[in-house]
Design a protein around this ligand. Structure first.
Ligand code: KDG
Ligand code: MG
Length: 412
């Protein structure tokens, strides 16, 4: 079974996505997600100009060989653009292999280790009453794990806080926090770490007071703190028993996590911007983290995230794959199949895609009982509508840039 063609499809049903469609000589089609928020066209060009010509005529079954050929063969290794492109190829080839086998993909990854993958949704509010409404809505919808983000007094807009009503599954008037904005230039936000550190513990105290001890609560610090600030935050949140505290420090310096770890027992998650097992080499071996955040879309695909998770399993580190709306339904479907099979699955982020997006991708995973199930269709269970996709051409969009009160650029 040879690869006959590979098409890169950039579509923007509400937001931009990069999808690779691989077709074999006997007409089997597989899809892969290579979306890189705010830098989509770089991945599209990497695929179209440099990868697609290498795929034509290759054995569609040779997934590992193709992965190594693209990774080692490029000479220039790793990086978000390269690894998103490799992810798209790897995912599409797994989709094809499972379709040919006539099995849902999780069966080829070892079969089901669980009935469904526990997910967390995003509750947010500019203040406590708005946040409580959002948490209540998530509980009514069946979520059992909820990420908590709020506005900070004195700051105009803060990462993770939706600007209108909270998310609701299946309702297109919903609005999850969508950070990338369609515009010629990035929006600028402002930041004050002291104000944030003062405010966050009181938010968790209020949420535990109102909703009790049972729900799993998570929080994302989005790379903004120094190691000692992060240690202080972790310590101050200990009474509220978080499921995890995410991305407390910028990802480049892994030493920082050692400082944080030595000061707090709050579980730590990191890695949504990592793209290789090498990014986790010390963090996992030294047991400085509890959850791996890399999504299939940004870390080289199913084959590569599987490698990270097998390494993590030796140290009781679990998965917590990134699942914002900039991971397409193809990437999310792949995560749910892998999450169903992994022994050391932890939790899956689930930011519900808009109706417009779902209409283009046609995912068949199902949300029930606070979790996602991959479904029993052969392959990933994606029904991509190319004609509809073509009606939504790419629109330039950027993630925001952050500045401190005095104008200094800060981590966003
Ligand atoms: O594109 C950037 C988003 O994916 C990121 O800001 C979302 O941090 C994020 C999360 O945890 O979902
Ligand atoms: Mg995050």
């Amino acid at each position: 079974m040879l690869i006959e063609r590979a098409d890169v499809i950039v579509t923007s049903p509400g937001r931009n996505f990069v999808t690779l469609k691989i077709t074999t000589d006997d007409g089997v089609v597989g899809y892969g997600d290579g979306t890189l928020n705010g830098r989509e066209l770089a991945v599209a060009s990497y695929l179209t100009d440099h990868v697609v010509p290498l795929l034509i005529g290759r054995d569609a079954h040779a997934i590992e060989d193709t992965w190594q050929y693209l990774y080692r063969g490029a000479y220039w290794r790793r990086g978000p653009v390269t690894m998103a492109a490799i992810a798209a190829v790897d995912t599409a080839l797994w989709d094809i292999k499972a379709k040919v086998a006539g099995l849902p993909l999780y069966q080829l990854l070892g079969g089901a280790s669980r009935e469904r993958c526990l997910v967390y949704g995003h509750a947010s509010g500019k203040d406590i009453p708005e946040l409580f409404d959002s948490v209540r809505q998530h509980l009514e919808e069946g979520f059992r794990a909820i990420r908590i983000q709020t506005g900070v007094p004195g700051l105009d807009s803060v990462y993770g806080v939706a600007s209108s009503a909270a998310a609701s599954i299946g309702d297109d008037t919903r609005y999850d926090y969508e950070p990338a904005r369609r515009s010629a230039l990035p929006a600028e936000e402002n930041w004050d770490t002291r104000a944030y550190l003062r405010h966050v513990p009181s938010v968790f105290e209020a949420v535990r007071g109102e909703f009790g001890e049972d729900i799993a609560l998570l929080h994302d610090a989005h790379h903004r703190l120094t190691p000692i600030q992060a240690a202080k935050l972790g310590k101050s949140l200990e009474p509220y028993d978080l499921f995890w505290l995410e991305d407390v420090t910028p990802a480049e310096n892994q030493e920082a996590l050692r400082w944080v770890r030595h000061h707090t027992t709050t579980p730590l998650a990191i890695g949504e911007v990592f793209n290789s097992v090498w990014d986790y080499q010390h963090l996992i071996r030294e047991q400085l983290i509890d959850y791996v955040r890399s999504p299939i879309t940004h870390a080289g695909g199913i084959s590569s995230v599987r490698r990270i998770m097998d390494y993590a399993a030796m140290y009781q580190v679990k998965s917590g794959m990134h699942g914002p709306t900039d991971v397409s339904p193809v990437g999310l479907a792949a995560a749910v199949h892998l999450g169903t099979a992994l022994h050391n699955f932890g939790i899956q982020e689930y930011m519900v895609h808009s109706e417009q997006t779902r209409a283009v991708f046609g995912p068949t995973y199902e949300f029930a009982g606070g979790g996602l199930r991959p479904g029993e269709e052969p392959g990933l269970g994606i029904h991509f509508d190319e004609e509809l996709a073509a009606q939504h051409p790419y629109e330039r969009a950027y993630l925001p840039v952050n500045r401190l009160q005095d104008g200094t650029v800060h981590d966003w």
